[in-house]
Design a protein around this ligand. Structure first.
Ligand SMILES: NC(=O)C1=CN([C@@H]2O[C@H](COP(=O)(O)OP(=O)(O)OC[C@H]3O[C@@H](n4cnc5c(N)ncnc54)[C@H](OP(=O)(O)O)[C@@H]3O)[C@@H](O)[C@H]2O)C=CC1
Ligand SMILES: O=C(O)[C@@H]1CCC=N1
Length: 285
């Protein structure tokens, strides 16, 4: 893959490393990717493991055409303040943070900076990621193409209006955790039914993988696939009745609403933090 631009990944924790390792697996040039992180031991680890150059945030942003921000939402205001002076008119800024909207980022960057907001997920670690991307007010098709190139190295990419991003965060961004939770519960249930833990784990993981593949490859509605497993008066009907009685479907609904609301609350907290800083800096003058 020909990589025409210099990339900086600012904040190489779980998700930053997921993007970095995915790009390198896909054949991107390590010499054209710089990374940053807060802790010196983490910086050394990244340098040794991936052979990438580690810089500070402002240096990395100044040298890059595309700057990918992968810090926690709560750390975003500090990071934007740190790099704003290093952003050139042609620099594309990409954020992977939950809840942080493009208007908020644009307000902290030089006027006219193209910004793209992304919600990725960790299955990108095995090239089965799902990412939704949304343009800010100055992002053009070429910027979306560039972000799509980066994320399609590790999975699927869709472009959506930004108003959907809180819901996307609740579904595909957070979703792997719900599925791991279900897997944990099923493994534990298998152990309670008397299976050895490793046997229960193998049965559950392969069932999860096979079911996902069946959904994707047949394109059938999940209700149809579930009905095919449900013999009249059989074991599945007995189990699903219990899931309904324990309101598992309703629990998913409220859990995902809570994730969506938390995404919105993170944006609101960041907004209040910016206003507090603004007021403090005006009081200092
Ligand atoms: N994990 C996931 O499944 C997903 C995460 N995201 C988003 O990705 C972002 C990162 O999440 P995640 O990777 O899980 O979090 P991590 O805490 O694992 O990674 C964030 C990293 O950024 C570092 N950091 C913080 N501030 C700075 C700074 N100013 N300069 C350089 N590095 C800094 C942190 O250092 P330190 O450890 O010292 O704090 C940490 O190593 C979040 O905004 C999250 O919403 C989106 C989708 C999925
Ligand atoms: O839990 C979080 O806030 C991040 C965003 C989506 C998945 N993990």
């Amino acid at each position: 893959m020909t990589q025409h631009w210099q990339l900086a990944i600012l904040g190489a924790g779980v998700m930053g490393e997921t993007v970095l390792s995915g790009l390198l697996r896909a054949g991107w040039d390590a010499g054209k990717i710089t990374v940053t992180d807060r802790r010196p031991e983490r910086q050394l680890e990244l340098q040794q493991k991936y052979g990438v150059v580690v810089l500070d945030n402002a240096e990395a942003a100044a040298a890059a055409d595309t700057v990918i921000l992968v810090v926690k939402p709560q750390d975003m205001n500090d990071l934007l303040t740190e790099i704003a002076g290093a952003i050139r008119p042609e620099t594309l800024v990409v954020s992977l943070a939950a809840g942080v909207d493009t208007a908020a980022m644009e307000s902290q960057l030089p006027s006219g900076t193209p910004v793209v907001r992304v919600m990725p997920n960790t299955p990108a670690q095995v090239d089965e990621g799902m990412a939704a991307i949304s343009p800010g007010s100055h992002a053009q098709a070429e910027h979306l193409d560039r972000v799509s190139d980066i994320l399609s190295a590790t999975g699927r990419v869709i472009t959506l209006p930004e108003r959907y991003q809180d819901a996307v965060t609740a579904i595909s961004g957070t979703g792997p955790a719900y599925l791991f939770f279900v897997v944990e519960a099923m493994i534990e249930a298998g152990v309670h039914l008397g299976l050895p833990r490793d046997t229960s784990t193998e049965l559950v993981v392969q069932t999860m993988l096979g079911s996902a593949k069946l959904l994707r490859e047949t394109g059938e509605h999940p209700t149809v696939l579930r009905e095919r497993v449900t013999s009249p008066g059989g074991t599945t009907a007995a189990a699903v009745r219990q899931l309904e009685e324990h309101r598992v479907r309703a629990a998913f609904m409220v859990a995902m609403e809570a994730a969506r609301d938390r995404s919105r609350a993170l944006a609101e907290a960041a907004r209040l933090d910016r206003e507090r800083r603004q007021a403090a800096s005006e009081a200092d003058r």
